[in-house]
Write a protein that binds this ligand. Structure first.
Ligand code: UGA
Length: 452
């Protein structure tokens, strides 16, 4: 099938490349020419495993073409996906400027009876708004909300193995066409009205965020009550009604989706004069996590001014170079302001970090970052950190302390190498070989303060 995709961000580019791999002929339009030129050169403006290769394959095989001409993408296809950004605007409501520009392009280039599927995360009622815009422009297009559930860092796998596909439309032609496209993915296809589909997307992200803030609140109590939050989460998650996912305690959630969508859902509630108490609390707990982590570092190191911190990880989560609303970057910014010296390493986000925080000293690897450090702070859950040579790191740092804000699996190798390990929610482990006497006095008093 000929398919048009408007937007070459994470979602648009992934969809384009994956649809091309499924055998469709896809034209993906991106109005940002610099971004487009970079992609055409085979370089993605973000780190996403496997995506550059998939894009290149689609282009080479002739199934995927990239253009800055929105009308070209729209004109050739019976099905057009809108996958443009909807960043937070005023009062947390999403800014729909890019979406409306895409609809204008569809109005001026569309064939009648075209199906327009909205992949962008949009407020409840947007599909109806798009239908009205198209009708006003004299187009008889069929509109569907078709939210996506891809996670950065695993978008290709998520595309081909979705938990469900959601089609929000009352239009039988749109539901039929979209079902045909998704049928090979062999997953449940849920068809709802557009408003319900738009709400399912927001509610899903808000619920994931709620799980994270919930476990972070439990972690705070665990620290005082001498319980291990990782084991608490595992014990809770063994009950399938609760589930293991999204119960990892740490410095909280970031990224371009969870924080923005929580704000948007809260704004929607307020528009109806409702008080979204749980959503507000989820944001509040998440914001507090960063400060709580910094206070822990301060206590463990007897203050921040002049202390050298090796920061492992800057991206908002492992597997991506994305720094949007990254808790790691926010923490780095604050400890720098408090007078600490930061030597940072991130496997993918260095370039983006230098642009976001030019004063930040980035190192090419974890070992260089660790040189002379008073503590290693783990701020992103990169699996690479688990495979580090902790014996080598022990020889590079000034003080053997790991303060883990993400609960990665480094406590055993780190303590074996002689580090004291402080993880989320009261997880504390000490060097097995070298003994407690190696720990500076400040660490012993800090344990008392932070753990009860
Ligand atoms: C999120 C959703 O998971 C996707 O389903 C959705 O499609 C996407 O938003 C979107 O709306 O486009 P993403 O933003 O890529 O995906 O990131 P997540 O994997 O959800 O992680 C979000 C944040 O939560 C990260 O900062 C991560 O470190 C943190 N997190 C995640 C935790 O702190 N604990 C956990 O247990 C899980």
């Amino acid at each position: 099938m000929n398919i048009g995709v408007i937007g070459a961000g994470y979602v648009g580019l992934t969809f384009s490349a994956c649809l091309a791999k499924m055998g469709h002929r896809v034209i993906c339009a991106e109005k940002d020419r610099d971004r487009l030129a970079t992609i055409k050169e085979g370089i993605l403006p973000f780190y996403e495993p496997g995506l550059a290769e998939l894009v290149a394959t689609g282009v080479r095989q002739g199934n995927l073409s990239l253009t800055d001409d929105l009308k070209a993408a729209v004109g050739h296809a019976p099905l057009v996906f809108i996958a443009v950004g909807t960043p937070s605007g005023t009062n947390g409501e999403p800014d729909l400027t890019a979406l409306e520009e895409a609809v204008d392009a569809i109005v001026s280039a569309a064939n009648d009876d075209q199906v327009v599927a909205i992949k962008s995360t949009v407020p409840v009622g947007t599909s109806e708004h798009v239908s009205t815009m198209l009708a006003r422009g004299g187009r008889s297009a069929h509109v569907a909300a078709n939210p996506e559930f891809l996670r950065e860092g695993s978008v290709i796998d998520d595309f081909f193995h979705p938990y469900r596909v959601l089609i929000g439309t009352t239009d039988a032609a749109a539901a039929r066409l979209l079902s045909t496209v998704y049928h090979p993915l062999a997953c449940p296809i849920l068809v709802t009205d557009p408003r319900t589909a738009e709400m399912i997307k927001y509610a899903s992200n808000a619920f994931l965020a709620t799980k994270i803030s919930f476990i972070n609140e439990i972690a705070m109590i665990c620290e005082r009550a001498h319980a291990d939050v990782a084991e608490v989460a595992a014990g809770m998650g063994a009950d399938p009604r609760i589930g293991q996912a999204f119960l990892k305690a740490g410095i909280g959630f970031g990224g371009s989706c969870l924080p923005k969508d929580l704000r948007a859902l809260g704004a929607l509630a307020r528009r109806y004069a409702l008080t979204p108490s749980i959503l507000d609390a989820v944001i509040q707990v998440n914001d507090a996590q960063r400060q709580r982590f910094i206070e822990r570092v301060e206590i463990l190191l007897d203050g921040l001014p002049g202390k050298t911190l090796a920061v492992f990880g800057l991206a908002f989560k492992g597997g991506t170079s994305d720094l949007r609303e990254s808790p790691a970057l926010a923490i780095v910014d604050r400890v720098l302001t408090a007078g600490a010296i930061v030597r940072a390493f991130d496997p993918a986000a260095e370039e983006a970090a230098k642009r976001a925080l030019p004063v930040l000293h980035c190192c090419p690897d974890a070992y260089e970052a660790a040189e002379g450090a008073d503590a290693i702070l783990i701020l992103t859950e990169w699996p690479e950190f688990e495979a580090l040579d902790w014996g080598r790191l022990r020889g590079l740092v000034r003080r053997p302390v790991v303060i883990d804000g993400r609960g990665v699996q480094v406590a055993s190798p780190a303590t074996r190498a002689g580090f004291a390990y402080f993880g989320p929610g009261g997880a504390i482990a000490h060097p097995r070989s070298s003994g407690a006497s190696e720990r500076p006095h400040a660490f012993r008093s800090a344990e008392r303060t932070t753990s009860g």
